[in-house]
Design a binder for this molecule. Structure first.
Ligand SMILES: CC(C)(COP(=O)(O)OP(=O)(O)OC[C@H]1O[C@@H](n2cnc3c(N)ncnc32)[C@H](O)[C@@H]1OP(=O)(O)O)[C@@H](O)C(=O)NCCC(=O)NCCS
Length: 177
């Protein structure tokens, strides 16, 4: 597994599994080696509840968004299992699971010091923003800005037909809800 996986992410993965149901669903996928049964891959996604609450939205809107937006927190494949498509399979499985649950967009973030991840996520259907560029969400009440550190790039992939992304803005979220 990726020994460099930050403690913060591991802690959030634990918190995610204890998240109250009204805040949407967190998912942790594990891939095991058939022979050794060792865990060789993981992918974790969780609605961005902390950011939504800190953004000062009212609770009803936060709860609605926690069932519309989900964030990729971690994707990691052990060195011995890399390059066989496992990383893409894990991300695809998360995307399918959240699409089936009616989620409208997947968000994520990558570090600029890993430039190979841009084409990697683009191949998975994500838009990859410029380093430090914020992501704006057009909501029925107005725009909500998700800022980014200069060392990070936002990722976004619409999941619903009425949601789209263009020039830093996601439109169509919560339409009809
Ligand atoms: C990124 C990661 C999950 C990919 O897992 P994987 O199972 O090897 O990925 P896949 O086999 O599905 O896809 C391999 C693709 O990734 C590219 N890739 C992965 N790591 C790369 C690297 N360090 N440098 C260049 N390309 C890389 C390969 O070129 C290949 O491209 P292709 O699909 O065009 O052939 C894995 O390398 C990893 O765990 N990295 C450390 C943690 C990390 O950076 N996670 C992502 C951020 S959350």
């Amino acid at each position: 597994m990726d020994t460099a996986m930050p403690r913060e992410i591991i802690d959030r993965m634990r918190t995610g599994r204890r998240m109250p149901a009204q805040f949407g669903s967190a998912t942790l996928l594990l891939a095991q080696d058939r022979e050794t049964e060792e865990v060789v891959g993981l992918a974790h996604a969780i609605p961005p509840v902390q950011w939504l609450m800190e953004a000062g939205l009212g609770l009803p809107l936060c709860l609605m968004l926690a069932r519309a937006l989900v964030e990729l927190e971690a994707v990691s494949v052990a060195g011995s299992a890399r390059g066989q498509g496992l990383g893409h399979q894990l991300v695809d499985a998360l995307v399918r699971a959240y699409t089936c649950q009616g989620y409208q967009a997947v968000l994520g973030g990558i570090h600029t010091h890993k430039p190979h991840l841009k084409p990697y996520y683009e191949a998975d259907g994500f838009h990859v923003l410029d380093p430090g560029a914020p992501l704006d969400l057009q909501l029925p009440i107005g725009r909500l800005r998700y800022p980014a550190e200069p060392s990070m790039r936002h990722l976004v992939r619409p999941l619903a037909g009425h949601v789209s992304y263009r020039h830093g803005v996601v439109t169509g979220l919560l339409a009809g809800r």
